[in-house]
Write a protein that binds this ligand. Structure first.
Ligand SMILES: [Zn+2]
Length: 277
């Protein structure tokens, strides 16, 4: 028996889809779960426990010496193909991105499948679920997959949030993901692929690279594994492929991946986890 979080948290996730999709447009924005920790203002950084242990505070460098080129320049659009983020990737590379987890039932099944074929992917995880299953986030990262930040609560439409809510959605998962993986997240995928100049600025200010996709099988609509397989097998070298391991019943997706991964490997493609390095 599974012990999923979705029902308990009362969070109805609308999976990723393009702007204008009726399924996405019709759904109300989900409320944050009652179990979520109180919101912390984004402008207040967490206390540094080492600071009070210092006998004397380190001198503050003059403002002029602070690097000014540390922030990522806002992108007009998120990355949607591999060569836009990994120009040195092999010519036969394709990226598999798996959204809306971690899910304590489906994510381990996907991890097992990826391990069977020696394939690495990118998991776009939601903050509240990462907080609920941090050991699963650690397990994903330790297996060599990339963790991508996919907002705190998957609010949609994401590009219509207030500036304050947008800041919370981006800032709150950062320490959760960093604690679980040991590294600060570098990639961000907005829920629903929604985009706006405000999101671009907020993401760049957090030094995150925004990630889109080029192949969308719409697996979250549960069209049946054969349809998901057909749509995912449209992928060729350079594509970033979307699918989901959380946010609902993903058994069709898991079954589809069992065919899609070995078929793409047989076609001579190689899977790469997304990286900005
Ligand atoms: Zn999503």
């Amino acid at each position: 028996m599974r012990a999923g979080l979705g029902g308990a948290a009362g969070l109805a996730l609308a999976a990723c889809s393009r702007s204008g999709d009726p399924a996405r447009a019709a759904g109300p924005a989900p409320e944050p779960p009652a179990s979520a920790e109180p919101l912390r203002p984004a402008a207040v950084p967490p206390a540094d426990p080492t600071a009070s242990a210092l006998p004397t505070p380190a001198p503050t460098p003059p403002a002029a010496s602070v690097p000014v080129a540390s922030a990522t320049a806002p992108r007009a659009q998120p990355v949607h193909r591999l060569d836009e983020i990994m120009p040195a990737a092999p010519a036969n590379a394709v990226a598999l991105t798996i959204d809306d987890g971690p899910d304590d039932w489906y994510t381990p099944q996907v991890l097992k499948l990826l391990d069977r074929y020696g394939v690495q992917a990118t998991f776009c995880v939601i903050g509240i679920y990462a907080a609920a299953f941090p050991e699963l986030v650690s397990r994903i990262a330790n297996a060599g997959h990339t963790i991508c930040h996919h907002s705190m609560t998957h609010q949609q439409p994401f590009n219509r949030l207030s500036a304050g809510r947008l800041a919370e959605e981006i800032e709150r998962p950062m320490p959760i993901l960093e604690k679980a993986t040991g590294i600060r997240p570098l990639l961000f995928r907005p829920p629903g692929g929604a985009w706006s100049p405000q999101i671009a600025e907020a993401v760049a200010a957090s030094e995150l690279t925004p990630i889109d996709w080029s192949i969308d099988p719409k697996d979250w609509t549960k069209p049946g594994s054969p349809t998901i397989i057909t749509r995912m097998l449209a992928a060729t070298a350079g594509d970033i492929v979307l699918c989901h391991d959380g946010g609902g019943d993903r058994s069709q997706t898991v079954r589809a991946l069992g065919t899609v991964i070995p078929t793409l490997l047989q076609r001579g493609l190689t899977f790469v986890p997304l990286s900005v390095r």
